[in-house]
Design a protein around this ligand. Structure first.
Ligand code: ZN
Length: 229
């Protein structure tokens, strides 16, 4: 399913109206036109399902209605204005597999993308993962939008390093941020950022924390990359 909002028309709007009527007797006419009544029903549904109430049927709203949303390839590539750095918020000294992160993002109702090589569905929201040994793992293709920073996915590339919290032996480790980047991770992040800056006309580098009340990525990426070349 795709994101639908006031003014959308077509078969997917009919599917949405049918699904909303099934979820709650909204009495919507299934006409394939996303008008004020459909918008009000989406808002009501969001309110009762602990979703942010914006009246837009995006991945999370569709998921609560029992449908998945695919993020599609943008032919010719996307316009990239930001590189956003994240941490996996996992304990220092531990590696996490890409599959583990993929499963946790699926459980959190992230939209999926199709792997261009294997044609399989994946849910991991980042474009790249940097493992503790510095290995750069390509996840989402760059021409598919990510699912990592609310309201900033459409024009950004998301990079996540494994770590970002103190070791498991530290009390309340999961409530604290710590810059746990290994030297190998730092070198790989720098290499990748340099490549992406060259490729996309020097986009700015941010941390997730610049857009949300979070510690992620547990260091001040904006300052660190201010004069980065
Ligand atoms: Zn993050």
């Amino acid at each position: 399913m795709t994101t639908l909002k006031l003014g959308s028309k077509g078969a997917e709007v009919k599917t949405l109206q049918t699904a909303l009527n099934k979820a709650c007797p909204y009495g919507l006419t299934v006409d394939g036109v996303f008008g004020k009544k459909t918008e009000a029903a989406v808002k009501d549904f969001q309110k009762h399902n602990d979703l942010s109430v914006d009246g837009i049927a995006g991945a999370k709203t569709w998921s609560k209605l029992g449908y998945e949303t695919a993020d599609e390839v943008t032919p010719g590539g996307r316009t990239i204005k930001k590189i956003i750095l994240h941490c996996s918020a996992t304990p220092e000294g531990e590696d996490y597999s890409i599959d583990t992160i993929d499963h946790s993002h699926k459980a959190r109702n992230f939209s999926y993308y199709i792997d261009p090589d294997t044609k399989e569905k994946h849910y991991i929201g980042y474009h790249y993962i940097i493992k503790r040994d510095g290995t750069i793992v390509r996840c989402r293709p760059e021409n598919v939008r990510g699912c990592h920073t609310s309201n900033h996915n459409y024009d950004s590339i998301g990079i996540c390093y494994i770590g970002g919290c103190p070791a498991r032996s530290v009390k309340d480790w999961n409530k604290q941020g710590k810059d746990t980047r290994t030297e190998a991770q730092k070198a790989s992040i720098n290499k990748l950022v340099r490549e992406l800056k060259g490729k996309y006309g020097n986009p700015e580098v941010y941390g997730h924390r610049d857009f949300a009340a979070k510690a992620c990525p547990s260091f001040d990426a904006r300052t660190e990359f201010k004069n980065f070349k």
